[in-house]
Design a protein around this ligand. Structure first.
Ligand code: GLA
Length: 384
């Protein structure tokens, strides 16, 4: 996907004039899943797949938006009551509203956009879309006065207020802050972050996409968040300083075992373990110890599957294949309920693993998984 592709559609669809073009990427996450809204650590990186949008102010108070991939056109106003019904357009509308709430004088514009980050694969296509428009509106209408963290928060608030997903900050943060060749460890409580150059000698990162997306993923996501908050409320009665599960440990959790549901207990057990695993992985990376990194990834998969219960049969199947093939690390990536596994594979095993996974998956589910090699790339930017 390139600028010319988007530009040619923009010109054709509107009045023949060109505008400004912006891009934002999707993301991977090496480890640290469902930790962001618990104030914990995440370890994502932006990828070489994302969204590109062209925009041109149109002198009205209407947004005229064209989705090139869906060949769908939606027009909407900029007031709260003008919210469009079409789900892709709600992301753009939400970003407009959140920018307006932050004092940006957003006016009407024509826009067309396209993307090559797969939808619903756990690579944050929606965050890529939000970041693209947040970055663009800041440039076109806001004199770039909104800082990068706030742009990420605009995307997150769009999810919360216009799309019904109570997500954390990881996806939008990674999309805005991405840097070529580096993963970023973010402390979601303090918002401190650190770039980690990631170029493991002798290993490759590959995503295997189950090509399944389960219905109700967003409501199940919100329920997981609610479970975490229930446990925090119980622990807080004994330890008033605990604001997030990040601040709790297993002893504190044990102490409230009888006050929380068995399900909420399991959820919290996973999160407390996962927060620590991110730190363990960072330490292991500093000594090039990829065996430990991989072992932690398998632990995460186990926790997401059995304790947090956000995996699915197809993801577990691909994880089992990875283990059987001797892959160093493998786990479900992102929110779960479908999407991809992320795999840390020794170079020499790569071909065997990918071939075996494709064959076995096809045999069992009658379709091929999609395979994506990970290239870690830059975050939100203006292209021209
Ligand atoms: C989704 C959310 C993120 C994060 C992940 C799980 O991608 O948007 O905020 O919670 O799930 O780690």
């Amino acid at each position: 996907m390139d600028i010319e592709y988007v530009r040619s559609r923009f010109i054709k669809h509107f009045d023949g004039l060109t505008g400004s073009v912006y891009a934002s990427p999707g993301r991977i996450n090496l480890i640290g899943e469902h930790t962001d809204y618990n104030g914990g650590f995440v370890f994502p990186g932006a990828i070489d797949k994302g969204m590109i949008a062209e925009l041109r102010p149109n002198g009205t108070n209407k947004v005229r938006a064209y989705s090139i991939d869906m060949k769908d056109y939606v027009e909407f106003g900029l007031n709260e009551e003008d919210a469009p019904r079409t789900s892709w357009a709600r992301y753009i509308f939400g970003v407009c509203r959140e920018m307006i709430k932050r004092g940006v004088d957003v006016k009407g514009f024509n826009t067309a956009f396209a993307g090559d980050v797969p939808l619903g694969a756990g690579m944050s296509s929606s965050a890529a879309l939000e970041s693209t428009y947040a970055y663009a509106l800041n440039d076109l209408f806001g004199d770039n006065k909104i800082d990068k963290f706030e742009l990420a928060k605009v995307g997150q608030a769009t999810e919360h207020n216009y799309c019904g997903v109570k997500c954390g900050i990881m996806d939008q943060f990674a999309s805005v802050f991405g840097k070529e060749g580096s993963l970023i460890r973010l402390d979601c409580r303090s918002l401190e972050y650190q770039y980690f150059p990631f170029n493991p000698q002798g290993y490759r990162l590959v995503l295997l996409d189950t090509v399944v997306k389960h219905e109700l993923a967003s409501s199940a996501y919100n329920q997981r968040r609610q479970s975490c908050e229930n446990v925090v409320a119980a622990i807080k009665q004994h330890h008033p300083k605990v604001e997030f599960l990040r601040d709790a440990d297993m002893t504190m959790l044990e102490d409230v075992k009888n006050q929380v549901s068995a399900e909420d207990y399991m959820r919290a057990e996973y999160v407390i373990g996962e927060v620590q695993r991110v730190l363990d992985v960072c330490q292991a990376l500093e000594r090039d110890d990829y065996e430990t990194v991989g072992a932690k990834m398998y632990e995460t998969h186990y926790g997401m599957s059995k304790l947090y219960e956000v995996s699915c049969e197809e993801l577990d199947f691909l994880n089992d294949i990875a283990r059987q093939c001797g892959v160093t690390g493998s786990r479900v990536m992102g929110g779960g309920f479908g999407g991809c596994t992320i795999n840390l594979v020794k170079e020499e095993l790569y071909d065997t693993f990918v071939t075996r996974a494709k064959e076995a998956y096809k045999e069992k589910y009658g379709k091929l998984p999609k395979v994506y090699d990970v290239v870690i790339a830059d975050g939100s930017r203006k292209l021209c």
